[in-house]
Design a protein around this ligand. Structure first.
Ligand code: FES
Length: 140
């Protein structure tokens, strides 16, 4: 995709975020920040059986991080926990328009993926809600 399409996607989701807000009585609530800038993404999730039934995000950050969080919530909402857990960063970047991001901006785009996986792990009962190195490898 061209750079213009990537910018259009980011701007659209940044200006009209989908799934932004809070859930009533979420099963899981997680947040993390990008250590390079301090920008924050928070996600809340509700599960039903083996499905991630609902997911919403809130955040304070750059257009890429916020648009990425919004797109990610659309990608995993209603999917199985396993599908969300194994979502690869390349799938998220593709939905962002395959931007050619440098090492700093890529962290903006992938912050939401890390937070989503932290939420899944918290739900699955991970001792400290921290994904394993193997699972996080796909969100770095
Ligand atoms: Fe902070 Fe992008 S500049 S997440």
């Amino acid at each position: 995709m061209s750079a213009d399409i990537y910018k259009e996607i980011i701007l659209d989701y940044y200006k009209n975020p989908r799934n932004k807000g809070t859930l009533e009585s979420p099963d899981v609530s997680v947040r993390d920040s990008n250590p390079l800038c301090g920008d924050v993404i928070e996600m809340q999730m509700k599960f039903e059986g083996d499905k991630l039934r609902e997911i919403k995000f809130n955040g304070d950050g750059c257009a890429i991080s916020q648009a990425s969080a919004s797109i990610l919530t659309e990608m995993v909402s209603g999917k199985t926990i396993e599908e969300a857990r194994s979502l690869d960063k390349s799938a998220l970047l593709e939905n962002l328009g395959s931007p050619n991001l440098g090492p700093v901006r890529i962290k903006c785009a992938l912050l939401s993926l890390k937070v989503m996986k932290m939420g899944i792990y918290q739900h699955l009962g991970g001792s400290d809600a921290t994904p394993s190195p193997e699972d996080l490898a796909s969100s770095r």
